[in-house]
Design a protein around this ligand. Structure first.
Ligand code: FE2
Length: 364
């Protein structure tokens, strides 16, 4: 289906600089109002005008050629683009707050309840104010294993909060499950770094040491936090089939919050591993989750998670392996790893040779 399909792409106003000459027209977020004509030089006055439009997150729309100029593609490395996206989404500031919190909690949990509530509130308000696609762009970035606990802890808290939102939890329960996500791995601060960061296969004995981290997390938080939160930190590695740790719980012995946290934990670990290639993209992870490849997860909750994540990823921008940019138009329920992507050439289903190399929503 070749043709002159022109896809409008979203760009943040903050990425538009005075002096840019854009090869395509620039439109309002709904694509209806022409804001800057193709070939017109962007001035400070025009940028001020765009900023004053006051849309929720201040995006405008343009076509691919201008999108590439604005995104600075080629001028910035993928890491620089990622950093910038994280800064602008407010993710970097949250990550720093989580780092400070984990340091404090690992020293003394008893007096840290209020500080934790402040960080949890910031996470919850980020979920309700930001576009979830923008947050997933931050969550899904591949990263070095040794980046530290703060990113994983924040990601699990964000994913827990999204699930709580999708499942219409009450305010107090949203807060509990987000705090559980923030603190679930704090016990890793007690695992020797040479084991935690080992760039090699671990010995059986070392694996047993790692498996103690939920117990350490529980030890750290149990005097300062309520029982639902303590339960999440202790039981986020339990599996319904009884093969999890540290207590080998089965079925109904595992709480709803711990089951949700297990899903968030697996998703974040799988999607963000630095060694990922195409098969590690979110679509593939979600597909594997649906297929039940991660044993012991609650399949009903997994289905809720996957259904809502698919909804968020629909209309995401993706970079294709051939360098083209597309928008996810449809994710087949029985073939999640092969979404239909619309590029300038029209809609096409991804396959082994033509696949998404990056989910690039808000790429800039
Ligand atoms: Fe863990």
């Amino acid at each position: 289906m070749e043709g002159n399909v022109r896809v409008l792409r979203k760009v943040p106003v903050s990425c538009i600089r005075a002096g840019m000459i854009l090869p395509d027209d620039l439109y309002s977020r709904d694509g209806k109002a022409l804001l800057i004509r193709a070939g017109e030089t962007v001035t400070e006055e025009l940028i001020t005008k765009l900023n004053k439009m006051g849309t929720k997150d201040n995006f405008v729309m343009t076509y691919e050629t201008s999108w590439r100029v604005i995104s600075g593609e080629g001028a910035m490395s993928a890491e620089q683009r990622q950093q910038r996206a994280e800064d602008e989404a407010g993710y970097t500031a949250l990550k720093e707050a989580v780092q400070n919190l984990l340091t404090r909690i690992s020293e003394t949990a008893e007096n840290s309840f209020q500080e934790t509530e402040v960080v949890a509130s910031a996470v919850i308000s980020k979920i309700s104010s930001a576009e979830l696609g923008e947050l997933l762009r931050c969550i899904d970035t591949p990263r070095e294993m040794d980046e530290g606990l703060q990113r994983h802890s924040l990601n699990v808290a964000l994913l827990n909060g999204m699930m709580a939102h999708w499942m219409h939890f009450s305010g107090i329960d949203v807060s509990r499950i987000v705090v559980g996500g923030l603190l679930h791995d704090v016990g890793k601060t007690r695992i020797p770094v040479e084991i935690l960061m080992a760039a090699r296969g671990l010995t059986a004995k070392e694996r047993e040491v790692i498996k103690q981290h939920p117990v350490y997390s529980y030890d750290i938080v149990h005097k300062g936090f309520d029982s639902a939160i303590c339960d999440v930190v202790r039981h986020h590695h339990e599996k319904l089939n009884g093969t999890g740790y540290p207590d080998g719980l089965t079925g109904d012995e595992i709480s709803l919050f711990a089951r949700i946290t297990a899903i968030a934990d697996v998703y974040d670990a799988m999607v963000s591993a630095r060694s990922y290639k195409a098969s590690r993209l979110p679509f593939d992870i979600l597909d594997q989750m649906v297929q039940g490849e991660f044993k012991g997860l609650d399949q009903h909750l997994t289905a809720v998670f996957v259904r809502n994540m698919k909804h968020v990823f629909k209309r995401s921008e993706v970079l294709m392996v051939d360098g083209s940019v597309g928008v996810v138009a449809y994710i087949p329920p029985n073939d999640i790893s092969h979404p239909i992507v619309v590029t300038e050439k029209g809609p096409r289903q991804t396959d082994e040779r033509w696949y998404c190399s990056e989910v690039a929503d808000m790429l800039h």
